[in-house]
Structures are given as C-alpha cells and as structure tokens.
Design a protein around this ligand. Structure first.
Ligand SMILES: NC(=O)c1ccc[n+]([C@@H]2O[C@H](COP(=O)([O-])OP(=O)(O)OC[C@H]3O[C@@H](n4cnc5c(N)ncnc54)[C@H](OP(=O)(O)O)[C@@H]3O)[C@@H](O)[C@H]2O)c1
Length: 287
C-alpha cells in the first residue's frame, strides 16, 4: 500500500515537473504559427502567449488573428500579426525579415495552416486537388524553406508540420488531403535527417479528430466549402486540450506527436492488421 501511494506521489510530481518544465521552456522563446486564426493553431498561440512565449500569428484573416490576441495575456512586445496566404507564397523571404526585425530569432515554426476535403476522387475537379496540395504542401514547404536558412545560421530551431492520421493512410473522401499530408511526411523526414548536424529538430504532428472548424472549411468537389460540422468532429477532443498536448510533445522533441481519441487506433490497425483496415475503409459511406 505504502509502495502504491509513493508511486502515485512520484507520478503526480512527474506531472507537475513536466508542466513546470514546459512552461519554463516556453518563456522567452519565439514561435511562428500558421493557421493561428482558428482551431488548433489558435489554441497553440494562446497557450504559448499565456505561458510567456512570443508568437508570430499567421493566416489569411487578419481580423480573426487580432481577435485571438484579445483572448490572451499578451502585450505588443510578445506578438506579431503577420497575415499570409499559403496558396500564394511569393513573399516568404520578405515576411521572414519582418519576423527577424521584431524578434531577432525564430525558435519554433509550426505549420498548422491547412484545408481539408469532402469529395470522392471521381467527382473532384483537378483544380480542387491542386488547391489542397498548394495550401497544405507547397505553402508549408515554401515557408519552411524561407525559415530554414535562419535556423541554420542560428544553429538551432525546431520545425513542425501538422499532418493528420490520413497522412499515415488513404481514406475515402480525403484523396488530395491525404496525399498532401503524406507528402509532408516525406518532406519533413528528409528535412530532419539533413539537419541533425545543424541542431534543427523536426516534429510531425498527427491529429485524429479535434473539435475545430476543419470540416466546415473543407472543400467539396467543385471548391465550395463543405459548411458542416461533422458529427465525429463535434464529439471529439477540444482544440485547447490538443494544443497543450502538441506543445508539450514538441518541447519533449518528439519526432511524431499523435493527438486525438480512439480514432488514432486506425493508425495501429493499418500497421498491424492491414486487411482489417482495407475492409473498414471500404465500408465508409461516400454519398
Ligand atoms: N481538426 C481536426 O480534426 C484535424 C485532424 C487532422 C489534421 N488537422 C490539421 O490541423 C491543422 C489545423 O486545422 P484545424 O483543425 O485547426 O482547422 P481550422 O479551424 O479550419 O483552421 C485552419 C487554419 O488554417 C488557415 N488556413 C487555411 N487556408 C489557408 C491559406 N490558404 N493560407 C493561410 N492560412 C490558411 C485558416 O486561417 P484563415 O482562414 O484565416 O486563412 C485557419 O487558421 C490543419 O493542417 C489540419 O489539416 C486537423
């Protein structure tokens, strides 16, 4: 019994230590987050600002980015609102210069901006496939390539890409989305291997279902927004909880951070029982 209580106390102490350690590690660091106007990106920005970090908040919607700032303890010295469109990344070097001018360094880049899909391969226009690849893959790659020389010069930094469980397998109604996320794995694993010598860390974040507007904002076959909060989404993990898990995973320098609920099981079913996975995936209603 005494052993059990002492183990419980040690666990509690470890939890508190982990929390204190993560808060300490956030203090005075500089994080650049895309997709910071909504969902996971927004809650990561709030968590970091509330714990003494500095954040560059990026997405297309400047008004929404300013509203995020109103929800946390931040003063002007600690944040920079830097609108950008991942579909149009011709000015990435220029905006990197703006970040360096304000903060002199970039410790973390979290590529969270992205767009999902709700349409079958047969019905989806190639323009929609290209748009999803442009936003989720090429936009993320462009920003990463602009930040990389800064981190190489610093000889430190940490770059993260928010992928998805469908970055681990293909799934009905997500063809281009899944392809864009799987492409991220190839790119960022290569980036990691090339930059160990430069002391640059790379993490892939793999959410299952998180309760955000992702399904509302998803593109349908002709590029219109889906506009529906899917049932699965509505009953899933909150984005505030997901944000904390992700940031703590990053601070622990995890190469992959899986976050979500029981849907994460699909990753293991695909790995260990592929035939069961193929069967389950084929049963999804695509109407
Ligand atoms: N929620 C989930 O269940 C789930 C699961 C797996 C993976 N993910 C991934 O998690 C990341 C965050 O998604 P979320 O769930 O937080 O969804 P969300 O609430 O819809 O947020 C998406 C963010 O991406 C930004 N964005 C979209 N297109 C952009 C563009 N062209 N340029 C710049 N920013 C753009 C949006 O901002 P603006 O509209 O202001 O540009 C918004 O801030 C995404 O990469 C998503 O694929 C989410």
């Amino acid at each position: 019994m005494r052993k059990l209580i002492s183990r419980k106390n040690t666990n509690q102490r470890n939890c508190i230590n982990t929390y204190i350690c993560s808060v300490k590690s956030i203090k005075n660091t500089v994080w650049w987050i895309t997709g910071a106007s909504s969902g996971i990106g927004k809650d990561m920005a709030i968590y970091i600002l509330n714990n003494g970090g500095n954040v560059v908040l990026s997405s297309r919607n400047e008004v929404k980015l300013k509203e995020v700032i109103l929800q946390c303890n931040a003063n002007e010295n600690n944040y920079l609102i830097l609108p950008l469109d991942l579909e149009n990344t011709g000015n990435t070097e220029e905006i990197c210069f703006t970040v360096i001018k304000k903060f002199s360094k970039i410790d973390f880049l979290i590529n969270s901006g992205g767009i999902s899909q709700r349409s079958t391969v047969a019905e989806t226009s190639l323009d929609v496939d290209r748009r999803i690849m442009e936003t989720n893959f090429f936009g993320t790659v462009a920003l990463t390539k602009a930040v990389l020389p800064i981190m190489i010069k610093q000889q430190s930094g940490h770059i993260c890409a928010v992928s998805s469980v469908v970055g681990k397998f293909g799934f009905p109604l997500r063809s281009a989305y899944s392809a864009s996320k799987q492409a991220l794995h190839g790119f960022f694993e290569s980036l990691r291997a090339e930059n160990v010598k430069n002391n640059i860390k790379v993490s892939l974040i793999i959410p299952g279902r998180i309760n955000t507007s992702i399904s509302n904002n998803a593109l349908t076959k002709d590029g219109k927004v889906h506009g529906v909060l899917d049932d699965g989404q509505a009953n899933s993990m909150s984005s505030t909880k997901a944000a904390k898990i992700i940031i703590n995973g990053i601070l622990k320098e995890k190469k992959e951070v899986l976050v979500g609920g029981k849907e994460l099981l699909m990753v293991y079913i695909r790995r260990w029982f592929p035939r069961l996975f193929y069967y389950l995936a084929s049963r999804v209603n695509t109407k």
